[in-house]
Design a protein around this ligand. Structure first.
Ligand code: NAX
Length: 334
């Protein structure tokens, strides 16, 4: 290995943590030339589970794995961190009010943001997986004033990959042939999976669907089948599997960070990051966009034409993000 990176995973004792750790230690996050130091952050109740995972990491004898530390102290977990995967959160439980949900997450992401601000490496890259991911990323960023806000991102790559999977099936086309699908907005049921610019084997996906189904049926399929299927896929997984998405969420997290570090080469992908005002999304709002990764930085793909339908869907999801931001502001978390 030529270099060494410190990767901090919060909620490392949980399910997604377990699916992430071994892939990171084997080199799939940062490549075969980068040795990794893992820092596993948990709350006291989760420490034993994280310690167990650390024992199994040892038993895997990964050549790239330099060390594993397990802690419930955010300051030591983020000290020198180059990459932070913020997985542990308080997702909405049955009957939980949104205010309670946001307050519980504020109590997690505000101190973690402060710990990142105090001790993380200058090149730190953060991706928030724990829901509500976009707003949690905003909270962490607000508490890390010395870290450029564009280093705080949230995961919509799972939604993006789900869209690719659905298109691949519908068009009988391998995923490797698909390009330029976009997820816009919030990582929630209001997200807008957009295939207006997507291609399969170089041909517009919408044209292929129209050939296959006819123009009206193609439009209906996109609106009534494809979009809700992608946006509600998490619920479908829970229904079929009896438990939420784990390996696919970990896989998407790996994709997000490895593209961020190494660059995108096959068209664009999707990530939630603080808006620069592109496409009328208010500046600073952590929203999903079509993005490319160039020289280690995400760039929002510019100049895409949005029709009335796309505009309406994006505006609806952005309105939800603004509401979340207002609620969090009221709680004094921003
Ligand atoms: P688990 O409940 O298995 O694991 C979460 C872990 O986080 C637990 O071990 C818990 O002790 C720990 N934790 C809680 N608060 C913490 C804190 N303050 N510091 C450190 N650790 C803390 O959940 P899992 O299935 O791993 O899912 C984790 C999160 O991912 C959830 O919030 C879930 O909603 C979210 N998801 C996000 C997805 C996305 O695409 N953005 C998709 C998958 C997933 O649903």
């Amino acid at each position: 290995a030529n270099s060494l990176a410190t990767v901090t995973i919060t909620g490392a004792g949980g399910q997604i943590g377990y699916a992430l750790l071994f892939r990171i230690a084997s080199g799939q996050l940062l490549g075969p030339d980068t040795a990794v130091r893992l820092r596993l952050l948990e709350i006291p109740q989760g420490l034993r589970s994280a310690e167990g995972a650390a024992l199994e990491l040892q038993d895997s004898a990964f050549p790239l794995l330099q060390s594993v530390d397990v802690t419930d102290d955010a300051a030591s977990a983020f000290d020198g961190a180059n990459v932070g995967l913020l997985v542990g959160s308080r997702p909405r439980g049955p009957g939980m009010e949104r205010g309670d949900l946001l307050a519980a997450n504020g109590a997690i992401f505000a101190p973690q943001g402060a710990a990142i601000n105090a001790g993380a490496a200058d090149d730190v890259r953060i991706v928030v997986v724990g829901n509500p991911a976009n707003t949690n990323a905003s909270i962490a960023s607000a508490h890390a004033p010395d870290v450029p806000c564009e280093r705080f991102t949230a995961l919509t790559r799972l939604d993006h990959n789900r869209a690719l999977g659905q298109l691949s099936e519908a068009l009988h086309t391998p995923v490797s042939q698909l390009r330029d699908v976009s997820i816009w907005g919030n990582h929630s049921a209001t997200q807008f999976p957009d295939i207006a610019h997507a291609t399969a084997g170089g041909r517009p996906v919408v044209e292929l669907l129209e050939e296959q189904l006819g123009a009206d049926a193609a439009r209906e399929w996109i609106r009534d089948v494809f979009i809700p299927r992608v946006a509600k896929r998490g619920a479908e997984i829970i229904e079929v599997r009896g438990s939420s998405s784990v390996a696919s969420a970990a896989n998407a997290t790996i994709d997000h960070v490895s593209d961020w570090v190494s660059g995108t080469t096959h068209g664009w992908t999707s990530a939630a990051l603080p808006s620069d005002g592109s496409y009328g999304v208010p500046e600073g709002l952590v929203s999903s966009f079509p993005v490319e990764s160039i020289d280690g930085q995400w760039r929002i793909v510019q100049g895409l034409e949005l029709d009335a339908f796309a505009r309406e869907r994006i505006d609806a999801s952005v309105a939800e993000l603004i509401e979340e931001r207002e609620a969090v502001r009221t709680l004094g978390l921003l």
